[in-house]
Design a protein. Structure first.
Length: 345
């Protein structure tokens, strides 16, 4: 039987406590299950739903040959390419930046860059998140940013990052593909994710121990319960198209019930429940004026990592928006680069 550690709830302190409980569905009561790795039952005869972390661990991520589809030339400090790689029988595209300096003796350290939500029809392999890809490449990292399936000219259907494991499959197959490249250091692979890409990153690092360091910025890293009930909608917030995800989420509810009625299932599809299994250090960033993703998601992840005894850095940017833009961007990038240099070089 699984033993469940429940994170402490905000309990009553007179009238203040009562008010907190009344508003609990809008705040973030700490009722998410954190599952210790040593007591997880690997299947145990249970039918595993594909979105379950244990189900993702049972898959093979073989990747395949990386092919250069287009040489974009010298970009000043690095060369840029559109590449392709296989994922679940699909041909996916990615942007790859390769530094032009002296290659380290063990090969280039790698950053897998997981982009946030962009409408698949307007997503650009070259231009979307280009500033980040370029910055890390100039810092001496081989950087690869997957389209994900269904984005740009990549094959497949865009399934969304929250109620489908598909994008996680795509980045884990990318990791396997990159490790085959003779010019990379396969023991120095990091991962970076923003917003929805933070969700993908957290799943990836609890599924696969090949990722030695990870950075999550403004990530959708709350539990499934948080995403279902507690996504705070601030004034003026316009939900993106995947918000409803009626088909995926409705199917889950139809089979497994809502989180309030079946917390065990919903905890098993929540990457935050498995932070005990993260191997490398994690760095988290979030702005207090984020109108898209609640800072409380990052607060919860930070505390879960601390509770699990993991190495974590957490930076909060007072007044920063969802993209940590403007005056905050330089500090955010410098901290991220320093973190990867410390842990991958």
């Amino acid at each position: 039987m699984r033993e469940v550690l429940r994170r402490n709830r905000f309990l009553t302190f007179g009238l203040v406590g009562i008010l907190i409980l009344i508003a609990g569905w809008l705040t973030f009561p700490k009722d998410n299950k954190i599952l210790k790795p040593e007591i997880l039952e690997e299947g145990g005869g249970e039918q595993l739903y594909p979105l379950m972390i244990l189900a993702m661990r049972q898959r093979e991520y073989l990747g395949g040959e990386i092919k250069i589809e287009k040489d974009l030339g010298d970009q000043g400090g690095f060369k840029s390419y559109i590449i392709s790689y296989p994922s679940d029988g699909l041909k996916l595209l990615a942007l790859m930046n390769v530094p032009t300096g002296q290659k380290p003796a063990n090969g280039w350290p790698v950053i897998i860059l997981n982009h946030g939500y962009i409408a698949p029809s307007v997503y650009s392999t070259i231009d979307s998140y280009r500033a980040f890809s370029d910055y890390f490449a100039r810092g001496g990292f081989l950087v690869v940013k997957s389209d994900y399936r269904g984005h740009g000219d990549s094959q497949g259907e865009a399934e969304g990052g929250h109620w489908s494991p598909a994008y996680t499959y795509d980045v884990l197959n990318l990791v396997a593909s990159v490790k085959r490249m003779p010019e990379v250091n396969s023991e120095a692979i990091g991962m970076w994710g923003h917003s929805m890409g933070g969700n993908v990153t957290l799943r990836a690092v609890v599924v696969l121990d090949d990722i030695k360091a990870s950075v999550i910025a403004a990530g959708v890293v709350g539990s499934a319960q948080d995403l279902f009930y507690r996504w705070r909608r601030r004034a003026g917030f316009v939900p993106p198209p995947w918000w409803a995800t009626a088909s995926a989420r409705a199917k889950l509810v139809q089979v497994y019930g809502e989180p309030k009625d079946n917390s065990d299932f919903w905890s098993k599809i929540s990457a935050i429940s498995y932070v005990f299994d993260i191997e490398g250090p994690v760095q988290i960033h979030h702005g207090t004026d984020d109108q898209s993703v609640p800072k409380e998601f990052s607060d919860s992840l930070n505390q879960a990592l601390i509770d699990a005894g993991k190495e974590v850095e957490y930076f909060v940017y007072e007044g920063a928006d969802h993209n940590l833009s403007g005056e905050f961007r330089s500090l955010f990038l410098n901290r991220t680069l320093a973190f990867f240099e410390k842990n991958l070089k």
